[in-house]
Design a binder for this molecule. Structure first.
Ligand SMILES: Cc1cc2nc3c(=O)[nH]c(=O)nc-3n(C[C@H](O)[C@H](O)[C@H](O)COP(=O)(O)OP(=O)(O)OC[C@H]3O[C@@H](n4cnc5c(N)ncnc54)[C@H](O)[C@@H]3O)c2cc1C
Length: 382
């Protein structure tokens, strides 16, 4: 069926107290970003109201691959070339701290397993080697693996193991985070789609809609492009084949095995890049066939597919998120555009925006200035 396996898990009860009247901050979007931001703001005593069109975690946060990885969308050596060595190192360190924060907050929704990046061919192996060298040079833990176990042996050309990473049940995690935000005093309003910012009775607004950013702030829609990802989940396998999240072909293929033995596999967006540049949350036969083929290859069997679904994430031109004030719009902030890498970055950036609103911006906040993509000359009604 086309529904997320993660979202099918039982929802915890969250006690929500409505706020009377105007909020200090309205947050639009109830994924990891919005919930992380709302929690920090409410814990600091601000009156926070979060508006979610569907349910908490019903966007990418409850539809993703469940990989909790350090870093950003580009690999480390590419990030060093793009951002400069100091900024790349600071960004990777930030995400390692947020993996620790996740471990503190997520309870049994997070398992610290490490992750394995695989080389699908000699060219990708050279890239992995360059990333491995760059990580080690800058003091990050990484382990090179030439010997790969079945069923990877002979199929992949080496791998890097990333010890700080882990595996998430992302919907359980974000529902839990929403519970923490509500416990801190944030009002969570589910089933309320915001059609215009004018509806919001708040002094400040945070747009936390990632790939679902459509219609509210046109200049954001122009720079955060909706991108579709598709996933399948099998019935529990008899054997435990994969102790941690695995990914190959620059993250175009990824899979992990859940504690009860199911294989979760996603990717193959590169087989139809133009078609997958869409906000339509539907699966397609072409990508699903590729995913089923991967499942057969990895398991040597034909396990039943019990769930299949699509989700939308937001991609930016430089594959770095836009986090900060929206140029030309007083009191409007954004945190979006993680380019498929938002489980940890979303947690980090949701908190970075909250800290900036509280007047205590962290040094890393300036890495993600939305002005680099939107330009500062737009007027307030842009
Ligand atoms: C298939 C897939 C696999 C992925 N795999 C990984 C992975 O393994 N690891 C990783 O780090 N990242 C992964 N990602 C990316 C990651 O899931 C996202 O970057 C992250 O969840 C973004 O969180 P968010 O809270 O910013 O946005 P979302 O979780 O998308 O939340 C945005 C919310 O805003 C709501 N909304 C939108 N418009 C409105 C409106 N007008 N009014 C009210 N509410 C509104 C939506 O309903 C939605 O719930 C994947 C994404 C997909 C789709």
């Amino acid at each position: 069926m086309t529904s997320s396996y993660w979202l099918a898990a039982e929802r915890p009860r969250v006690d929500v107290r409505p706020l009377d009247g105007r909020a200090d901050v309205a947050v639009v979007g109830g994924g990891v970003t919005g919930c992380a931001c709302a929690r920090v703001l409410a814990a600091s005593g601000l009156r926070v109201r979060l508006h979610e069109a569907r349910q908490i975690a019903s966007g990418a946060s409850g539809r993703n691959g469940g990989f909790a990885l350090r870093g950003g969308a580009p690999a480390y050596e590419a990030a060093r070339a793009q951002l400069g060595r100091d900024q790349a190192r600071a960004l990777w360190q930030l995400t390692e701290r947020y993996l620790d924060r996740l471990a503190e907050l997520a309870g049994d929704a997070f398992r610290r397993t490490g992750s394995l990046r695989l080389a699908a061919n000699a060219g990708e192996r050279a890239e992995l080697e360059a990333e491995y060298e760059a990580l080690r040079e800058d003091g990050f833990a990484a382990e090179w693996r030439d010997e790969l176990p079945e069923p990877l042996a002979g199929r992949y050309h080496g791998a890097t193991f990333h010890p700080p990473d882990g595996s998430l049940q992302p919907a359980r995690w974000v529902r839990r985070l929403a519970g923490l935000a509500a416990a801190a005093g944030a009002e969570l309003r589910e089933g309320q789609r915001i059609e215009s910012l004018d509806e919001l009775e708040a002094d400040q607004v945070v747009i936390a809609t990632d790939g679902y950013t459509h219609g509210l702030v046109p200049e954001l829609d122009a720079v955060v492009l909706p991108t579709r990802g598709q996933v399948v989940v099998t019935a529990p396998l008899e054997r435990r084949l994969f102790p941690c999240p695995h990914y190959a072909r620059h993250g175009f293929d990824y899979w992990q095995q859940t504690p009860d033995g199911r294989l979760v596999a996603g990717g193959f967006r590169d087989k139809a890049l133009d078609e997958e540049q869409t906000a339509e949350e539907t699966t397609t036969p072409l990508i699903q066939e590729h995913l089923e083929h991967l499942v057969r290859e990895l398991t040597g069997a034909e396990p039943r597919i019990e769930h299949r679904w699509a989700g939308i994430f937001g991609t930016t031109k430089d594959r770095m998120p836009l986090v900060g004030p929206v140029p030309g719009r007083d009191g409007v902030w954004v945190s979006a555009g993680y380019s498929g890498h938002g489980n940890i970055m979303g947690l980090a950036c949701g908190e970075l925006v909250a800290q900036a609103i509280l007047g205590e911006p962290a040094p890393e906040f300036e890495f993600f200035d939305p002005g680099r993509a939107i330009g500062s000359s737009l007027n307030a009604n842009g």
